[in-house]
Design a protein around this ligand. Structure first.
Ligand SMILES: [Zn+2]
Length: 437
């Protein structure tokens, strides 16, 4: 700011100090604008939502093209691959269909509807004499779902004797829960007792489908074991029937090339800052439109206690119901993360609001849900007008319908509002899982 200094040559010391602060603030906003701007949004959006990517549908070569593009962007940004040398986090989805079950526990036959398994094997036979199996009694007061998540994360073989209080959850799992590259077998019997002698036979048919997320990390400087996640899903609906205009490609520019664009730009931003105390994880998820497959597998790779916050970003391409320079946070009241973000935005013209569409259950419908269910303050940031978003899930969700400038403002707001969490100064409160539906 040379102009100001010349005009007031006799500035006092404290004035100099204030001037220095102003200059620093100005140069900070210049740096952030250099990295996060409308032109950069357009560069990435254009690519991800192009007809060339044919709507990025799971289990097609089209989505692989998108994955390779995102991986290359992560590499250029200077991220490290999450595991090994590849930014592609590959896994297999196993979809089971129950065929039959036979079990005898403590000399008594068990009805086949009370026998279940989480396994990729078409057939399992387990008895008290089978080596490598550990028996766990799941009591009425235990959180069955959290236990299953933990066992699947650490891997191994288990026989669970599940209290009948968990019947609803047990039935839900039996209806055929997809498994993602499981690291063992879990056999479950719904019976409120410990099993002394038992024999369990379980048969199912299984289909296997390969999937991939794209994941890159920026290791933290002082708090390496504390993670902050920035994510969005890169899959969309693919190619369908042509509309009246003859367009058959569901480009998903807003849903969710927009969120993926934000993740890439935040990766670039934080990689250039080089001052994240906590480890930052950038993830582009697959299979959101088909049931959140990508985020389910991804979430299983962490001890949830180590995840301090998750910023999931969905549909930020149009202006929110409050206009530009604003967005909403799903599950706002479930942690104090929103309050922290607002505090960091004080003095800017950007504003976050609680989700105005609670009836839509957005908190449970996007990729934040799996980690939120394990207590992580995991929220989705969006601007989508869920009651009137004209091009939502249509062939017309194209880049021309998006506001690049406003998108840049939102991405900038996410970068700035996350500062104290990235720096390890603020830690959002955990989600109370007993109050989730
Ligand atoms: Zn979406």
């Amino acid at each position: 700011m040379p102009y100001l200094a010349k005009k007031y040559p006799m500035v006092k010391r404290y004035a100099c100090f204030i001037l220095l602060l102003i200059t620093q603030k100005a140069s900070f906003s210049q740096t952030i604008d250099k990295i996060i701007n409308a032109k950069e949004v357009e560069r990435i959006e254009k690519k991800l939502s192009s007809d060339d990517m044919r709507g990025r549908r799971v289990f097609t070569p089209d989505i692989d093209k998108a994955a390779d593009y995102i991986a290359n962007e992560f590499k250029k940004a200077g991220l490290q691959p999450a595991a090994g040398t590849s930014f592609l986090q590959e896994f297999v989805m196993f979809k089971p269909t129950f065929i039959s079950a036979m079990a005898v526990v403590n000399g008594k036959p068990i009805d086949d509807k009370n026998v279940g398994a989480l396994t990729a094997q078409p057939e399992l036979f387990v008895s008290q004499a089978t080596p490598g199996y550990k028996q766990i009694v799941v009591h009425a007061q235990d959180t069955f779902n959290l236990l299953l998540n933990r066992l699947q994360r650490i891997g191994g073989n288990y026989v669970l004797m599940v209290d009948t209080a968990h019947r609803a959850m047990f039935d839900r799992i039996k209806r055929g829960r997809a498994l993602f590259s499981p690291k063992g077998n879990i056999v479950m019997v719904l019976a409120s007792q410990e099993a002394g002698e038992f024999s369990i036979q379980y048969k199912q048919s299984v289909t296997e489908s390969p999937l991939k997320n794209v994941v890159g990390i920026l290791p933290g400087t002082s708090k390496k074991d504390e993670y902050v996640i920035f994510s969005g899903h890169y899959d969309h609906l693919g190619v369908g029937k042509p509309n009246a205009a003859g367009d058959s490609i569901y480009n998903g520019a807003n849903d969710d090339a927009a969120g993926t664009t934000a993740v890439i730009m935040l990766a670039n931003y934080f990689a250039k800052q080089k001052n994240n105390e906590r480890t930052l994880i950038f993830a582009a998820f697959t299979g959101e439109e088909s049931g959140g497959f990508g985020s389910q597998y991804f979430s299983m790779q962490f001890n949830p206690d180590q995840v301090m916050a998750m910023f999931n970003i969905e549909m930020i391409g149009t202006e929110s119901k409050w206009g530009t320079n604003s967005a909403f946070i799903t599950g706002y009241e479930k942690s104090d993360m929103g309050k922290i973000l607002e505090k960091n935005l004080e003095g800017t013209d950007f504003k976050f609001y609680p989700d105005p569409y609670p009836d839509q259950q957005l908190f449970y419908r996007s990729d934040n849900a799996t980690l939120a269910r394990q207590g992580v303050p995991a929220h989705t940031i969006s601007t989508s007008k869920m009651d009137s978003e004209k091009y939502y899930h249509t062939q017309d969700d194209e880049i021309e319908t998006l506001d690049m400038k406003n998108m840049a403002a939102i991405i900038k707001a996410i970068a700035i509002s996350s500062t104290s969490i990235v720096a390890g100064k603020d830690t959002p409160t955990r989600v109370n899982t007993t109050q989730l539906r």
